[in-house]
Design a protein around this ligand. Structure first.
Ligand SMILES: Cc1cc2nc3c(=O)[nH]c(=O)nc-3n(C[C@H](O)[C@H](O)[C@H](O)COP(=O)(O)OP(=O)(O)OC[C@H]3O[C@@H](n4cnc5c(N)ncnc54)[C@H](O)[C@@H]3O)c2cc1C
Length: 451
């Protein structure tokens, strides 16, 4: 299992000590035709860390920070290194790693690369693909590749494959209605167009988001960013979540580090007081002047500016706990993960959420969207009945209708936590494409079995 609703029985669990062990395991598996699933912290929420066959646990031994170069602002990491260990180690240099999933205390750099993970700060610092410069990768069969920018290290045949499909890569990567260059297009192999010559043949970037299907990362060189010295948190209150979503895109020109949104149903008892309103945007700014200018421009119902770090931490806790809070409905029933990271262009998010709420209501379902409003990206946990036959039929009906019903605001992309098993059919509906054979985004290297 990972953190999704997917459970698949593995056959064997292997904890490699180094890249040679990874190569040996992949060679044996390829010889026997056995699927392989590399695994970091297992915090994926779409089933991408699950699969039959051999699970390679990269956290047990391959979990070191190899080196830090503060002047070059880079670090060399092993795949099983937990993100917070990296952030702790580079903090004394005034640096940090930009992408920061809510699972930062347990997710690994390898898993972040596998999922092309993002986080609250992606409006400022981008996704993991934006912050990886070089990867050591071992492919199914055991061949080692060092990939960065350019064709050096590419597997045999890849260059010809790309050269033969330039038109498709140029025009076919964007779902209908989505503007080209949409930052949260992370569905499936969403970054493959980074291999285009006009984009500099960014092999390491294109690998990010491949969810363990192209090879196993055994080492990565990652880019570090300046950590803001005195970030300030502006909390803006709005009438409801759609109003907050409508406002989010207009805040981007002020240079926020985060624009996170959520409504009152996700604020648990005992949380610090929030400004008036029934939904809020949590906007981190690099300094107090910027935060106050933003508040003046924001047209919020109410707002507060928090400068002290302890106060900010307490407020951020509300946002970080939202995923947990969202799993319980007010009446005590369960709401399920798996319907995560739907993204539309930020200017369309308010309209999209209104339509999404209407669709939930039409199916008698409930859920509380929250997430990265500045990127047009939301999570929602929904009170599906996954036990009774009627409940499962409703789940299927809702899941089948949702992207299509949302087409007026643009079919949403899966947008940060990965495609996984749960997202495959969604990608197919969004893009009109059917993944098949070796191009299917499954969680196995080189070979696959039915989900
Ligand atoms: C409450 C909650 C909140 C979350 N919030 C966010 C968020 O804000 N943003 C976000 O992006 N994600 C989020 N996630 C999803 C997940 O935590 C992140 O994507 C995280 O980076 C996954 O890291 P991991 O180490 O747990 O990877 P895993 O789940 O173990 O693996 C992720 C994928 O990477 C592959 N993989 C693992 N290691 C390697 C390797 N060495 N080489 C190649 N492939 C590999 C796996 O096969 C799998 O497909 C959230 C999850 C939860 C439960």
């Amino acid at each position: 299992m990972d953190a999704s609703t997917t459970a698949v029985c593995r056959w064997v669990w292997v904890a490699p000590r180094d890249a040679d062990d990874v190569a040996a395991a992949l060679s044996v598996c390829a010889g026997a035709g056995v699927p392989v699933v590399p695994r970091g912290g297992g915090t994926s929420i779409a089933g991408q860390a699950t699969g039959v066959g051999v699970v390679l646990d990269l956290t047990r031994h391959m979990n070191r920070l190899v080196s830090v170069d503060p002047a070059a602002r880079t670090a060399v990491v092993q795949p099983g290194l937990v993100l917070d260990r990296l952030r702790d180690a580079v903090r004394p240099y005034g640096l940090t790693f930009g992408p920061d999933p809510s699972t930062h205390s347990r997710c690994t750099l390898g898993g972040m690369i596998g999922n092309n993970a993002c986080g609250a700060h992606s409006v400022a610092w981008g996704t993991t693909a934006d912050n990886v410069t070089e990867l050591a990768v071992t492919a199914y069969g055991g061949t080692a590749h060092r990939i960065s920018t350019g064709w050096s290290g590419a597997p045999a045949g890849l260059r010809d494959l790309i050269t033969g499909h330039l038109g498709l890569l140029r025009t076919g990567m964007t779902p209908a209605g989505m503007p080209p260059g949409f930052s949260r297009r992370i569905s499936g192999y969403g970054g493959l167009d980074a291999l285009l010559p006009e984009r500099g043949v960014q092999l390491a970037r294109a690998f990010c988001g491949s969810e363990g299907t192209l090879g196993v990362v055994t080492e990565a060189v990652v880019r570090l960013v300046d950590a803001p010295r005195t970030p300030v948190l502006a909390v803006l209150g709005y009438a409801d979540e759609s109003a907050a979503a409508d406002a989010a895109a207009g805040l981007l020109p002020y240079g926020p580090l985060t624009v996170e949104g959520m409504a009152e149903d996700l604020v648990g008892g005992g949380a610090p007081a929030l400004p008036r309103g029934r939904a809020w945007l949590f906007v981190e700014m690099p300094d107090e002047g910027g935060a106050r200018a933003l508040v003046r421009a924001a047209e919020a119902v109410d707002a507060t500016v928090v400068t002290d770090p302890a106060g900010q931490r307490a407020l951020w806790r509300i946002r970080e706990d939202a995923a947990g809070t969202a799993t319980r409905m007010p009446g005590g029933g369960m709401a399920w993960p798996g319907w995560e990271d739907c993204a539309v262009p930020p200017v369309r998010l308010g309209a999209y959420l209104r339509e999404f709420r209407a669709l939930l209501a039409a199916h008698g379902l409930h859920g509380s969207p929250y997430g990265h409003f500045g990127e047009g990206c939301v999570h929602v946990r929904i009170d599906f009945d996954l036990v009774s036959a009627a409940g499962i039929a409703r789940f299927r009906d809702f899941s089948g209708n949702w992207p299509i019903s949302s087409s007026r605001t643009a079919a949403p992309c899966r947008a940060s936590t990965g495609t996984g098993r749960r997202g495959r059919s969604c990608c197919r509906r969004c893009t009109g494409r059917r993944w098949s054979g070796s191009s299917a985004p499954t969680r196995t290297c080189g070979t696959r079995r039915a989900a």
